[in-house]
Design a protein around this ligand. Sequence first.
Ligand SMILES: [Zn+2]
Length: 180
Amino acid sequence: MDTKGLRVENRWRTVVEVFLDQVLLKEPSFCRCDKCRIDVIAIALNSLIPDYRPAGEPFQPEEGDYVMVDEAVRKAVTIVKEAPRHDSGASQSILVNSNEDLARTVLADAVKHHPSQVWDEARLSWALAYILNEMGPKYTTTSKGDAYARVDEVLPGHLAEVYAIVFNALKRVEKESSVG
Ligand SMILES: [Zn+2]
C-alpha cells in the first residue's frame, strides 16, 4: 500500500487561518507578504496539539478551542512582527509539517512487514492521523524544492520511537475496525 497518497488534515490549520484574518484586521502595520503569513501559521500550529483526521472527516469544535487558537495566533503575530524573516530568501515558501514525510515512510514500511490485516485507504488514513497526533507538530516553512524531510538523516533513537508510535497506531486502528 502506497502511503504517499493518503490524505489527512490537521483541523487547526483552517481555524488558524480564519483567526489570523480577524487578528490582522486590527493590525494594519503587520506585513502582508506571504512569507510572514505562512510563518505566523507555522508558529501557531506548532503551539497547538495537532488534531489530524482523514481529509473530509467532520469535527466537533469545543468551547475552549477557539480561545486557545486565538491566543496562539496572537502570540505568533507578535513573534513575526518583532522579527520578520521575509528578507531571508526570495523563493516561494510553503508550509509543511516535517513529521509527515517520516510518518508516511515508516507507516509504509510497518505495513509491509505486518500484512496481517487488510490495510485499506480509510484505515491507513486513520493510522496516519493518529501517528501525526502522537508525534506532535513540527511545522516549518520551506522553499518548494526541499519540502521533504530526509528520512535517512533521522537519528536512530528517534526512528525507533517513531516505529513504536506507528505500531501503536496500527493496533488502535485494528481494534477500532474489529469493533465497528
Ligand atoms: Zn513580510
